[in-house]
Each structure stands twice: as structure tokens, then as C-alpha cells.
Write a protein that binds this ligand. Sequence first.
Ligand SMILES: Cc1ncc(COP(=O)(O)O)c(C=O)c1O
Length: 350
Amino acid sequence: MNEHAIDLRSDTVTLPSPAMRQAMFEARLGDDVYGEDPTINRLQAMAAERLGKEAALFVPSGTMANLVCLLSHCGRGDEAIMGHMAHTFLFEAGGSAAVGGIHPHTVPNQPDGTLDLDDIRAAIRDPNNEHYPRTRLICLENTHNRCGGAVLAPDYMAQVRALADDYGLAIHLDGARVFDAAVALGVPASVVAQDADSVSFCLSKGLAAPVGSVVCGTEAFIRSARRMRKLLGGGMRQAGVLAGAGIVALDTMVDRLAEDHANARRLAEGLADLHGILLDPVRVTTNIVIFALAPDGLSAEELVAGLEARGVKMGAIGGRKIRAVTHYGVQAEDIEQAIATTRAVIEAAS
Ligand SMILES: Cc1ncc(COP(=O)(O)O)c(C=O)c1O
């Protein structure tokens, strides 16, 4: 067994770099609820600039980032269209409904993470019919977590923008991994975000900061988001200690995401060669590898347990599927080890 576990469960397990710890130690601080934390103000200005938006807001988590956005776009009884595999729909504790009375209207995510334009159009309600909730918002996710880190192309985003404009709807982009999308597309993050009214992104995933996400949008939108953050208890006072790491994350961790993508592709190719693993490596374009197990072999839970016993961690995600995510804490040799270990567990069971 390896000295250290190879942890492919998520890019959220990343630990801060030495430069981040130093920046946290040295961060200039103030009360951010008064808008007086210079480190947070700097991070927000940087984030707005990188995402091509007027303003930005630092929040504790990706979940809160999405929730402040939905609460800012929608009132009680309003409807938000989102994919049935959207993180916001599946994994955020139903916050938009529980806290905001926002009605989620799901349409199928296609395997490439998109929502079919006809499905979106069919989901939009007639505003003159009093029986219906009011459609306000379309939510997209880029990269798409449950669709295997799929990247939405800028021309698809532009088509959704045109559709949203036809109906006077807003677009929120859950860009938890927006920089992965940008690196995979070879464009600035501002291009990925350009057709969204609001975008959220996480500092604490592939960018390896310990805590924090950022919401970007117009000045007016961010004023509203700030109010919603306060409502949710997310005003954090001297949180420049966290934002300091976030600044280092934006400065030093974006370009290296290409390494995670290469590692994910290599992992996918290695796994696809193994007996009983169903996976098309060509679909793996960022840092998430989702694969299925053939019906006649090990269950996902059995394979994950076998791997963990040998020092490799992956996540069983329901059905016969497993997710592996590459990140800053995983090197190319770890990927070879993970492939060899998976082969060993499968062979031991057959
Ligand atoms: C696409 C997406 N959005 C939002 C989140 C929520 O982020 P957090 O765990 O910081 O609340 C995640 C977390 O994995 C995610 O993958």
C-alpha cells in the first residue's frame, strides 16, 4: 500500500499551498460586513475582473453562492429552470425552495451537460396564466459535475442567452469549476461567463483554497446578493484570512488545472482498458471521471471498498457508477498507481 492515500473522491479535498498559508498569515484585515476588509475587497475586484462582471461578493461556500444568486433573481413562487442533474437541484439541500420559496422546474440534462433548447422553451410558463408559477431564471452549470466535468461551449451559452432574452429571463451560471471550463476551452473565464447575468465559482475546489466561493454580476445584483448573504448568516467579518488564500488561488492555481485535465484523461484511458469498466475516455475533458461497472461484476460499493483498502479513494455515486476527480494533491504517478490498483481489485474479485 502507498504511504499516502491517493484521494480521488473530490477536488474539495485539496489542501492550501504554502503560499496560501503565508498569505492567510499576512492578510490585512477589517470588518467585511462594513465593507472594510482590504483583502476581501481585493479578491472581489480581482474576481469581477477575471469573470468580466461589474462586481463580486465573497461567500463561504458554493452552496451559499448559488443560493444568494437564486434568492436575488427570484421571489417566492417564482420558478427556476434547471437540469435534473444540476448540483443546485440535487445537492444543496433544496435551499432555494426551503429558504426562498423558489420552485425548481427540472428539464433533462443531456450527457454533455446542456439543456436542450426545446426542453427549456417548453418549460417556460405563460406569464398570463394565473395557474402557473412565474418563470424567472435559467440555471446552467459549467463545468457540469454529474455530467462528468462536461464543458458547455460558448456558442451553446449564446443560444441559451438568446432564448432567455426572448422571454425576459435571467441566467445564473453555477461555475463552481468555471476555470476548468476556461482552461479546457482555451479562453478567459470572462468568455465562459459572458452570457450569464450571474456566475458563482469556488476557490476551494481545483483552485485549492481552503474555504470560499465568489459571486459575480452587476453592481445592483451584487448589492442584492450582499443582502441575501447577510440573511443567510454569511457576513463573515475579518474573513480576509480566507480571501488571502483565494487571491493566491486565482494567481497561481488556474493555469495548472490543465495538469489535472491531463491526469483525468490518462486515468480514464487506463480505466477504460480494464475488464468490466464502461467508460469513453474521449468524454473526459476536465478533471472529473465518471465510469460505470458492467452488471455482472463488482458493485460500485465493493470496488470503492477494495480500492480504499489498498490506499486509493474514489466515490460511489449511485447505481453502478463511480466518480474520480483529479486535483492539485494528485500527481501523474498517483494516476498510474490508481489504475494498477483498480486492475488488482477487479482481478482479485474475478
Ligand atoms: C457544480 C457545483 N456547484 C456547487 C457546489 C457547492 O459547493 P460547496 O461544497 O462549496 O457548497 C459544488 C460542490 O461540489 C459543485 O460541484
